[in-house]
Design a protein around this ligand. Structure first.
Ligand SMILES: C[S@@+](CC[C@H](N)C(=O)[O-])C[C@H]1O[C@@H](n2cnc3c(N)ncnc32)[C@H](O)[C@@H]1O
Length: 214
């Protein structure tokens, strides 16, 4: 089965399952339970695009693809409550800086609770990443990682963000994106020299991980 149709089938099942889960949890007292706090943010803001943070398997695969050992500047798009952010901070060199951009206010306040002087948490839209990095006097980056739902952007918005992403990277730098479907493969080839695709089943929902080399 082709990767593209496999992605569509997974996305279809995921959407149906999600509607059921939403019906079950919307009016329950579980809203007070910490376990459901990520899910509650999702109920209020569908732009979050996921009911749970990435699994340890997906985070592990993303970190491996990023290869942060020698990085001096990293950017993260859509950091949410920091599940990938924390791992990056754990693995990156002592002198490295991490700019983590998050649009959702609740998640941004969670990110701000991470106490690490190397982390620069920014509340805003990644579509302004060039301006955000410039304003803070940061760049170019060794690695840019993204968990944002590119499928929610218009085709020109997606194209502009990928062009900005490639421009913000050092020569030889890499972009790592994790997504539910394979829709990014074609646009990535338009902006990067080489694109590698992996698949992580052990996540809700399973995700593709793309590594694009400048
Ligand atoms: C699928 S979640 C991934 C979260 C987290 N990185 C993880 O791996 O669990 C996507 C995150 O991207 C954020 N997001 C979506 N669109 C964004 C945008 N245009 N700018 C900044 N953040 C965005 C959402 O608020 C959400 O927190």
């Amino acid at each position: 089965m082709k990767e593209r149709s496999l992605g569509r089938i997974i996305e279809g099942h995921f959407k149906k399952g999600l509607q059921k889960v939403e019906e079950i949890f919307k009016d329950t007292r579980a809203a007070d339970d910490k376990l459901f706090s990520y899910f509650r943010v999702f109920i209020d803001d569908k732009g979050v695009a996921s009911v749970t943070p990435s699994s340890k398997y997906l985070v592990g695969r993303v970190l491996k693809a990023m290869d942060v050992k020698r990085a001096s500047f990293i950017i993260e798009y859509g950091a949410a409550d920091g599940v990938v952010t924390r791992k990056i901070l754990e693995k990156m060199p002592a002198q490295c800086k991490l700019l983590a951009i998050e649009l959702n206010e609740k998640f941004y306040s969670d990110l701000n609770k991470i106490s690490d002087p190397r982390l620069i948490a920014h509340h805003g839209d990644v579509r302004g990443v060039v301006h955000i990095a410039e304003q803070r006097g940061l760049g170019p980056a060794d690695v840019i990682v993204s968990g944002i739902p590119f499928a929610f952007l218009s085709s020109s918005g997606r194209n502009d963000l990928l062009a900005d992403t490639a421009r913000l990277l050092k020569p030889g730098g890499r972009f790592v994106g994790y997504q539910v479907t394979t829709h990014l493969i074609h646009p990535l080839h338009a902006h990067f020299k080489k694109v590698k695709t992996e698949f992580e089943l052990r996540n809700i929902p399973p995700n593709f991980v793309f590594t694009a080399f400048k």
